[in-house]
Design a protein around this ligand. Structure first.
Ligand code: NAD
Length: 492
């Protein structure tokens, strides 16, 4: 296995904070590690509470002017940023692989999707809707438009650093909100390159601000407690999301939460098993399983369980684990040693409750934080760890005897992000699909993210939706004006 430890064209990556249109440094920094080698690749500037509040002040100061840009002018600027983003694909893709470990092909896929999301919002800006109606009792008119919510705090995780940033920033900026983006500690470089694209495209000073920090709770707490903040949009764990919601409560800050998942992947006895296996491999092992929408529980109808399991194990065993820069790499490392240790402990718990390891089960020896593609089969429908978010290249297989049992098991979770259903029967697809208590259901598909679709979950998986037809409205508030008119006088 070969590894790369130096940053690609390293000097081109900004390492500082972006505040009020200036790149700002501090004496403090933190290391960013290449998870494929364990080597430090960069040491971005770490901001403190003072920098975070300066960034929020800049966002607050720029808010009124940015909100009043004509929609077409905002759209044009976003289109310019989109073109600049495309020009910088190579550097961004390589940087993403370097700091997150994902194979280059996956970084390229994430890049394309991120650009598509940003473009989607650029296209929506000039098409915002309003309405005009007669008041219920006549005599006045109901004029409804939308106003930007206001300065927004965007907090993103490390697993899809560009996609999460582009989706949130696209919606916020398009809606006319100014932003403070807080990067994830493990992947700040990709997000810095994205902020640089926005800066270079010409967003006015203060509209886009970027903070890296190693003092996450202090910095974030200070922003959340400041009355100038009007919106928090978070993607990450349910635990941190709940903390942010509690911090949002006193100031009644508008909150959008994309949180954890426990995705069931159901394969019924009438499914195309080969298709289900192909999609399960993508859904489970993409990003080394570190995806909120990954298949967390693979639920098989007993009639096809053996065939699926045998084909799935063979396909997973053929996956090429390696440094994301190796052309054949299909599964990269976990993000950190901490995550790898967590997965080792998870496997111990799984075997304690009766899980049978059919493939893998151990870290890969050598440098980096690689873990073998792993498949564990359970003979019980449930066990006490079955709702734990795996976030690893570990597939857990469960067997049931009927479609009704599959549905019951699938819904038996506090989460409600993504579910998958494989069947060749349209009535079953619709009936079960409608009853799956998840924000998104893949019917004979293992990958669903699309700018045209509302992304998000129910229950403890979150609040609100990103993208789709209504996506930009997450950063807008309806604004109603009642206008008195004198109809008789007008005709006099
Ligand atoms: P995390 O919650 O630990 O971190 C996410 C972000 O929150 C990071 O920027 C982190 O620095 C920040 N953070 C951590 N502690 C904080 C605090 N006290 N105050 C404010 N911010 C804080 O999650 P993670 O490990 O980076 O990502 C994995 C989790 O994200 C998984 O649960 C996964 O399901 C979820 N996720 C959800 C989606 C979705 O769209 N629903 C997408 C990707 C990841």
């Amino acid at each position: 296995m070969t590894t790369r430890s130096a940053a690609p064209r390293g000097s081109a990556i900004p390492l500082d904070l972006l505040i009020a249109g200036e790149w700002v440094t501090t004496p403090d920094s933190f290391p960013v590690v290449n998870p494929a080698s364990g080597a430090t690749i960069a040491a971005p500037t770490s901001g403190g509470v003072e920098h975070a509040l300066r960034a929020l002040s800049a966002a607050h100061a720029a808010q009124e002017s940015w909100a009043n840009w004509p929609p077409r002018a905002r759209a044009d600027l976003m289109h310019r940023a989109h073109r600049l983003l495309l020009d910088r694909e190579e550097l961004i893709v390589e940087t993403m692989t370097l700091e997150s470990g994902k194979p280059l092909s996956e970084s390229r896929g994430e890049f394309a999707l991120s650009a598509a999301f940003f473009l989607w919002f650029a296209e929506q800006v000039a098409h915002l809707r309003g309405s005009y109606a007669e008041g219920s009792n006549g005599g006045y008119r109901v004029i409804v438009g939308h106003r930007p919510v206001g300065p927004s705090y965007l907090v993103t995780p490390w697993n899809f650093p560009l996609l999460m940033s582009a989706r949130k920033a696209g919606a916020a900026l398009g809606a006319g909100c100014t932003v403070v983006m807080k990067t994830a500690r493990d992947t700040p470089l990709t997000q810095a390159l994205f902020a640089q694209v926005l800066h270079d495209a010409g967003f006015p000073a203060g509209v886009v601000n970027l903070i890296h920090t190693r003092e996450t709770s202090e910095v974030s707490g200070a922003i959340m407690a400041d009355a100038r903040l009007r919106k928090v949009s978070f993607t990450g764990s349910t635990e941190v999301g709940a903390l942010l919601l509690s911090q949002a409560a006193p100031g009644v800050v508008n909150s959008a939460m994309e949180l954890g998942g426990d995705g069931p992947f159901i394969v019924l006895e009438d499914a195309d098993v080969d298709l289900a296996v192909r999609e399960a491999i993508l859904c489970k092992f993409r990003n080394a399983g570190q995806a909120c929408v990954a298949a967390n529980r693979i639920i098989l109808h007993r009639e096809i369980a053996e065939e699926f399991t045998q084909k799935f194990v063979a396909a997973a065993a053929a996956l090429n684990v390696g440094d994301g820069f190796d052309p054949g790499s299909e599964v990269g490392p976990l993000i950190s040693a901490r995550q790898r240790n967590r997965v080792v402990a998870l496997l111990e718990r799984f075997t304690q409750v009766g899980g049978r390891v059919l493939l893998g089960g151990a870290p890969v020896a050598g440098d980096g934080f690689f873990f073998e593609p792993t498949i564990v089969e359970f003979h019980e429908e449930r066990h006490k760890f079955s709702n734990e978010e795996l976030f690893a290249p570990v597939a857990a297989l469960y067997t049931v005897d009927s479609a009704a049992a599959a549905l019951r098991l699938a819904n038996d979770t506090p989460y409600g992000l993504a579910a998958y259903l494989f069947t060749s029967n349209i009535s079953r697809a619709i009936t079960l699909g409608e009853r799956l208590e998840f924000g998104m259901v893949g019917l004979n598909r293992g990958i669903m993210a699309d700018p045209a679709a509302p992304f998000g979950g129910t229950k403890t998986s979150g609040l609100g939706r990103e993208a789709g037809q209504g996506g930009i409205y997450e950063f807008l508030e309806p604004h109603y004006m009642a206008l008195n008119i004198d109809t008789e006088g007008a005709l006099a």
